[in-house]
Design a protein around this ligand. Structure first.
Ligand SMILES: *[C@@H]1O[C@H](CO)[C@@H](O)[C@H](O)[C@H]1NC(C)=O
Length: 209
């Protein structure tokens, strides 16, 4: 009996000694459905290319935001499935902006690489935390709070961003209000904006209602 227990303990310790092996990874099978725990795992064997994202590059900033956020979330980078982290790269032209948004459930860390970016958030008690960051600065944005970035110089600026979630899909405030089908009258009444202004913004951002 004692021998059996010892054998069992030896088995346990040998299996935990592999706790950091490649088998602990669950690279997302993006063809399966996303559920609250993430994606199911891609079938083995894995290769090193499953763990590399090669598209972390400046995107096209010829848009209304003069910005190109490049996400490396689970949908673009399946390796982060289940790992509690992901990243993005944000390139801002002069005048560029990442509009007010939140990442429900994800803490964000902004890592400045080039140029100057003013970033900030509004806390739940409405206290305001704003800072113009330069190369070498890092700033934390707490989870779930409304925050933004704007280019603070006359030149291109770049920051890398990490998140405490593999899927920190943002909810963008202007899209929620003016790109959705929420009735314009309800938007006006709940934001104290003029109805005419709401209708104008609905057209601009593709909303209805
Ligand atoms: C960037 O986007 C604009 C507008 O969609 C387009 O006209 C332009 O060709 C794009 N530039 C590149 C390099 O893809």
């Amino acid at each position: 009996m004692i021998r059996l227990v010892l054998l069992f303990l030896a088995f346990l310790s040998s299996s935990t000694s592999h706790a950091n092996s490649i088998t602990d990874l669950c690279v997302a099978d993006l063809k399966a459905a996303l559920n609250p725990a993430g994606y199911p795992c891609k079938k083995p064997p894995l290769t090193v290319n499953d763990l590399v994202f090669s598209n972390f590059k400046a995107g096209n900033t010829s848009n209304i935001l003069k910005a190109s956020p490049t996400p490396a979330f689970v949908a673009q980078f399946p390796a982060v499935n289940g790992l509690g982290l992901s990243a993005a790269r944000v390139d801002l032209d002069a005048g560029g902006v990442v509009p007010m948004h939140t990442h429900p459930g994800a803490t964000e860390m902004v890592i400045m690489v080039q140029g100057r970016i003013t970033t900030g958030f509004i806390a739940a008690d409405n206290s305001v935390f704003v800072k113009t960051l330069k190369e070498g600065d890092i700033m934390v944005i707490p989870p779930g709070l409304l925050h933004f970035q704007v280019n603070a110089g006359g030149k291109k600026a770049t920051c890398f961003v990490t998140y405490s979630s593999p899927n920190p899909e943002p909810q963008i405030l202007y899209n929620a209000l003016f790109g959705s089908s929420l009735d314009s009258d309800l938007v006006a009444r709940t934001t104290f904006l003029d109805l005419a202004q709401v209708k104008k913004l609905k057209v601009k951002f593709g909303g209805s209602g």
